[in-house]
Design a binder for this molecule. Sequence first.
Ligand code: FUB
Length: 338
Amino acid sequence: MSKPLVSHIYTADPSAHVFNNKLYIYPSHDRETDIAFNDNGDQYDMADYHVLSMSEINGPVTDHGVVLRDKDIPWVSKQLWAPDAAAKNGKFYLFFPARDHEGIFRIGVAVSDKPEGPFVPQSNFLEGSYSIDPAVFVDEEAGGEAYLYIGGIWGGQLQCWVEEEGNGNDSVCGEKKLVFDASKSGPQEPSGEGVLALCPRVAQLSDDMLSLATPVRELQILAPETGMPILADDHERRFFEAAWMHRYNGTYYFSYSTGDTHFLVYATGKSPWGPFTYRGKILDPVLGWTTHHSIVEFQGKWYLFYHDCELSEGVDHLRSVKVREIVYDEEGDIHLAQ
Ligand code: FUB
């Protein structure tokens, strides 16, 4: 049984990266709240970020303290959810989702000279960004372009962005113009025979990492048995939240949470834009409603960082980050190491 990386604070949604030969973890910082639990995730009311680091797996973990606070970010009203980080041009970028002053989730970025922060936020969110759970993948082996993956349904509001003309907060999805439909807020998603699941989104980032260089596009996840997009009612395989991208042996691995069925799963493809074909499960449900992860190579081995609620004895919004080794078989399938 794995132990929490740290137990002096609650941490969740770990995004792990190797910078300067050291492992850095960028988690959410969970906190106690008296907000009533609901399926919109209002009880996940986080107000700052910490950064953790370690020189070896199972070695001592350093908590670098608070590196960014909600009150220091002009566009944010509340809920600093799952972040990610990236390095480029000698700088370090913390990408994070939060609600703006209209209650709409957007993606922001903050910059530091050091991987452990502190991070200085940009004054506004990334124009054209929406929903939650940013994951940034810098394709070092193919030119160093950076890609931003986003999306989360129910409380993450992905289902609120619809193809309609109208007033409101416009965004762009491929060639389609999207508007925010507040009536779709909460635990809602498409359903019905033949109805397609909502897809995560991807865009390329600008060289300075501070804006989107392309329109936001839908990313396809295909069912291997049909070659067609996964259906909305396929809750054991459809995308819910917690996007992550990594590359192994020239193949792109897109992994994510299935939300209400509580699996971490993955799909593979030949390009960071997709399409990706569903491949299998990485982790069975953990104690607690959410499951969220990252996958990283460190000192010649591969690791899954994830969270569960064992330390809080099952309180869904008080989670703890843990790590397990993973291995690949000859086909490139992922397995938890024994
Ligand atoms: O931590 C808040 C939310 O819970 C994240 O954004 C989701 O991925 C889920 O883990």
